[in-house]
Design a protein around this ligand. Structure first.
Ligand code: BTN
Length: 262
């Protein structure tokens, strides 16, 4: 792939300018640098390979060349509404989840707050990073990594959650750039509706483990346990404890598991 061809391929989408790079540390870093240079809303950075891709809580994210999708979208609060910020991780997850469902008939689900699972295994991670001026949000970068080919998965390292790829789930080769276009189409569609009840409903309906007993842990310590009811309007998780009370839990680096998993 090269920048002009990809630009042409994505030209029907209402996006900002594109930067395509063969290899970089992290597309989120490139997007942040570009913001400093004045990147417009919906500028897009795509890389074939990331050498220092990162995930939530300082985890590493692997993007070997030729096998994955790694991209970052630049967003500004003036364009999306300042209250949309807590919904951006959900936007990334809903975009990937609905593209996988509609285009590849995969039963994709969102593992709160930022993973997309198929068959209980992770194939996408979302990482939103922000720049602030004091208390004011200046910009946000929505970074998404998708394991597309079977060899996008590292064999020799410990992953936080069992992982899979789109191709292993679809059972045949998947064209990466077609998938990218389909995911971007969904992202643009849902971004328009990000402040609507409809978006919240789709996000909630696609949650993994709904009505199941789950626990939330941090550094191996269990902090909450309860039945997963859904989300509040900011995407915080609503759990019902054994005494019937409902707790609302913000994403603070917690790990979600079903109660019967290890
Ligand atoms: C996670 O699973 O914790 C989130 C992973 C997010 C990975 C994407 S790939 C594109 C962007 N660049 C990064 O360094 N991370 C995100």
């Amino acid at each position: 792939m090269d920048e002009n061809t990809l630009q042409e391929y994505l030209s029907a989408l209402p996006l900002g300018p594109l930067r395509y790079i063969e290899s970089t540390g992290s597309t989120n870093d490139l997007a942040m640098d570009w913001i400093e240079e004045g990147a417009p809303h919906l500028s897009l950075v795509v890389a074939d390979e990331q050498t220092a891709g990162r995930g939530r809580n300082g985890s590493r994210w692997y993007t070997p060349p030729g096998s994955s999708l790694a991209f970052s979208l630049v967003l500004y609060p003036e364009q999306i509404g300042e209250f949309a910020l807590p919904r951006l991780t959900g936007l990334g997850a809903v975009g990937v989840c609905t593209a996988l469902q509609d285009e590849y008939s995969l039963k994709a689900r969102i593992k709160w707050p930022n993973d997309v699972l198929v068959a209980g295994q992770k194939l996408t991670g979302v990482l939103v990073e922000t720049a602030w001026s004091g208390e004011r949000l200046q910009s946000a970068v929505l970074g998404i990594g998708i394991n597309v080919a079977i060899d996008s998965l590292p064999l020799d390292i410990e992953l936080g959650h069992p992982a899979t790829s789109v191709e292993s789930q679809v059972g045949k080769p998947v064209e990466r750039w077609t998938l990218l276009r389909e995911v971007l189409l969904k992202l643009v569609f849902w971004l328009e509706k990000i402040n609507s009840p409809e978006f919240l409903q789709v996000w909630e309906e696609n949650l993994a483990y709904r009505d199941e007993m789950v626990k939330l842990t941090q550094d191996g310590r269990e902090l909450y346990e309860g039945r997963l009811l859904g989300l509040d309007r900011d995407g915080a998780l609503c759990l019902q404890g054994s005494d019937g009370s409902v707790q609302t839990i913000q994403d603070g680096g917690l790990q979600l598991r079903t109660v019967d998993s290890l």
